[in-house]
Design a protein around this ligand. Structure first.
Ligand code: FAD
Length: 291
């Protein structure tokens, strides 16, 4: 398949990017790694008048830690997030999750900004952004903007970005000391999108759970946080009975669809199994021992 004809621009600054986007009146698409956009063009599911290639815009590939946490430039490749020492030290849950994104060739090109903007409901990075309370920084003709990850994913392949708004970086606030993490994914084959995946962070204080975060992907129209399950965990002591109760709570809290890969009931059972495992890993890493 070949895409419909389009114009191509490769601006050298963010100002030019947003000016072209604004001038195109919604008929332009940002091109980052191209790993999701190009297949959509080839299938003619998208026919933008112009592609705005941001790969030559300086400053979009920074990956650095400062007082606020980790700053991930929009053009940071998935493989960089997977292998960076900084990410492995500060956010090992993120590095671990990124190894599950597609295949190496795709991870070499796919970008953090592209994955969030594309908002695939089975993707790993949107789930991690939700889990880690990321802030998504943008630029538009109106200036700089910020979106909390919690309000960013609106539906399958739909984000809160305006047509003339480009993601510039993702900021992950630092985790409190004593925080453990867990990540589990179930897919038909290595490299496939998840049928379901779960991630957790747990902070222990005095042997009790002071903070718990739990996120899922592949089981709804967007990645989700399980706020009610998280609330039930706070104040409790980690243990097998608690993991079982949280897993059952999560199973009944989700409302997945059936599709060719799995029935809704199968996904609910997967959620229970994955939640129990990520919690067990998270509180073991937080120093709570095996549940
Ligand atoms: P592009 O394809 O360039 O763009 C995607 C969309 O985002 C477009 O609408 C584009 O306009 C917009 N966009 C890109 N960057 C920005 C920006 N900075 N600001 C505003 N809008 C922007 N992903 C997973 O998460 N898990 C998987 O298991 C997985 N498996 C895959 C398997 C295959 C075979 C393929 C082809 C892809 C798979 N992907 C998977 C998708 C892959 O991770 C993509 O790289 C990613 O979703 C999009 O990143 P990109 O940089 O390639 O974006």
């Amino acid at each position: 398949m070949k895409p419909a004809a389009f114009d191509y621009a490769r601006p050298g600054s963010l100002e030019e990017v947003v000016s072209i986007l604004a001038g195109a009146g919604g008929d332009a698409k940002v091109l980052a790694g191209g790993q999701s956009l190009v297949p959509l063009l080839n299938f003619r599911m998208l026919r933008p008048a112009i592609l705005v290639d941001i790969n030559r815009v300086p400053g979009l590939s920074a990956l650095e830690a400062d007082g606020t946490g980790l700053r991930v430039g929009a053009l940071t490749r998935h493989h960089t997030l997977e292998t960076s020492r900084l990410v492995r030290a500060r956010f090992p849950v993120l590095a671990t999750a990124m190894a599950h994104v597609a295949h190496l060739a795709i991870r070499n090109r796919g970008t953090a900004g592209g994955s969030l903007s594309h908002a695939d409901p089975a993707a790993e990075l949107p789930m991690l952004a939700l889990l880690l309370d990321a802030e998504i920084h943008t630029r538009s003709p109106a200036g700089s903007g910020r979106h909390a990850a919690g309000g960013f994913f609106l539906g399958p392949l739909v984000s809160a970005l305006a047509e003339d708004e480009v993601v510039t970086e993702i900021v992950l606030p630092g985790l409190p000391p004593g925080t453990g993490w867990g990540f589990e994914e179930f897919a038909q084959r290595s490299g496939d999108f998840a049928i379901a995946a779960a991630a957790a962070t747990v902070t222990l204080e005095g042997g009790r759970i002071a903070q718990a975060r739990l996120a899922l992907t592949g089981v709804d129209e967007t990645p989700i946080r399980l706020a009610a399950v998280e609330a039930d965990l706070v104040g409790a002591r980690p243990g097998e009975a608690l993991a079982r109760a949280a897993a059952e709570h999560a199973r009944t809290a989700v409302n997945p669809n059936s599709d060719l890969k799995a029935s809704a009931e199968y996904r609910r059972r997967l959620v229970a199994a994955l939640v129990a495992r990520v919690l067990a890993s998270a509180w073991a890493r937080a120093g709570g021992g095996a549940p």
